[in-house]
Design a protein around this ligand. Structure first.
Ligand SMILES: CC(C)(COP(=O)(O)OP(=O)(O)OC[C@H]1O[C@@H](n2cnc3c(N)ncnc32)[C@H](O)[C@@H]1OP(=O)(O)O)[C@@H](O)C(=O)NCCC(=O)NCCS
Length: 224
C-alpha cells in the first residue's frame, strides 16, 4: 500500500489510521491566492463571477489536487468540473474539500479504488439546530466521550464524504437523513448505510470511513 502525503504551508501531517490498500495521495494546504496556478480548462465561464473568497477556496482546492496528482503520476493535471462536481484525469478518482482555512484533496488510482469522498469541517461549525436536521435518532449519542459539538461536525463531515464518494459514481442525490453513520470506537473508522434500499445502497455499504483530528477541524474520508 502506498499513501503518499504532503502538508504544504508548514502544516503538520494528517493521521488517518489504517486506511485500506489504495495507491493514493493526500495533500493539505492553506487557503490563499493561488488563482495563478489554475489551468485554463479549470476556470470555466462562471469563474470571473466568483467572490474573492470563493476564488481563493476553489483555486486552493485545485492547487492541492494538482499536488496530489503530481505525487501519484509525476506531473500535475487539470481537474475540470461538470457543474460543481470535479472531473478527474483518466485513471484517477479523487475528492476536494475546503474550510475557510484549509484545502485538502485526495486522489487515487482507479485500479484499487472505486470512489473517494473527503471533507474538512471546523470543529464548532455545526450548530445544534443544523445537527438536528442532519442526524438520525440512532446517531444522537456521541461515541468515545466526544462532546456534542465535535460529534455533530463529525457526522456532518462523514455524510458529506459519503455523498462526495457515491454521487459521482451513482448519480443519486442523498439527503442527510438517507444515510446512517456508525462509528467503530476502537480505531475511529466508520461505516455507512442507506436507510432505505436504493441505487446507492451497495456502494455505500462497501465503503469504509476514517476520522482525523486536525488543527481545530475534523477531517473525514470515505473510501470505496
Ligand atoms: C456539494 C457539496 C457536497 C459540497 O460540500 P461542502 O461541505 O459545501 O463543501 P466542501 O468544501 O467540503 O466541498 C466542496 C467540493 O466538493 C466537490 N464537489 C462538489 N459537488 C460534488 C459532487 N456532487 N460529488 C463529489 N464532489 C463534489 C467540489 O470539488 C467542491 O469544491 P470546488 O467547487 O471548489 O471544486 C454539498 O454542498 C452538497 O450539496 N451536499 C449534498 C447533500 C449531502 O451532502 N448529503 C449528505 C447525505 S449522505
Amino acid at each position: 500500500m502506498t499513501l503518499r502525503q504532503r502538508s504544504l504551508d508548514d502544516l503538520p501531517p494528517i493521521v488517518f489510521g489504517e486506511i485500506p490498500k489504495v495507491d493514493a495521495a493526500l495533500v493539505i494546504g492553506r487557503i490563499g491566492e493561488h488563482q495563478g496556478q489554475l489551468f485554463d480548462s479549470e476556470q470555466g465561464d462562471d469563474f470571473d463571477g466568483f467572490s474573492s473568497q470563493r476564488k481563493s477556496e476553489y483555486a486552493s482546492g485545485r492547487r492541492v489536487a494538482h499536488e496530489a496528482l503530481k505525487l501519484l503520476s509525476g506531473k500535475p493535471a487539470a481537474v475540470t468540473r461538470e457543474g460543481r462536481m470535479p472531473e478527474w484525469p483518466a485513471g484517477y478518482r479523487g475528492s476536494i474539500s475546503h474550510s475557510r482555512e484549509f484545502a485538502i484533496a485526495m486522489v487515487a488510482s482507479t485500479r484499487r479504488c472505486q470512489a473517494i469522498g473527503l471533507d474538512v469541517v471546523q470543529k464548532n461549525a455545526v450548530s445544534a439546530k443544523v445537527g438536528a436536521r442532519i442526524m438520525l435518532a440512532e446517531e444522537l449519542l456521541p461515541p468515545w466521550g466526544l462532546i456534542d459539538t465535535d460529534w455533530r461536525a463529525i457526522v456532518f463531515g462523514a455524510k458529506e464524504s459519503v455523498y462526495k464518494a457515491v454521487h459521482p459514481e451513482i448519480g443519486e442525490f442523498l439527503e442527510f437523513h438517507d444515510v446512517e453513520i456508525k462509528m467503530n470506537e476502537s480505531d475511529r473508522s466508520f461505516t455507512a448505510a442507506t436507510v432505505e434500499d436504493g441505487p446507492s445502497t451497495a456502494v455505500v455499504r462497501a465503503g469504509i470511513g476514517f476520522v482525523s483530528d486536525f488543527e481545530d477541524h475534523w477531517l473525514t474520508l470515505f473510501l470505496v
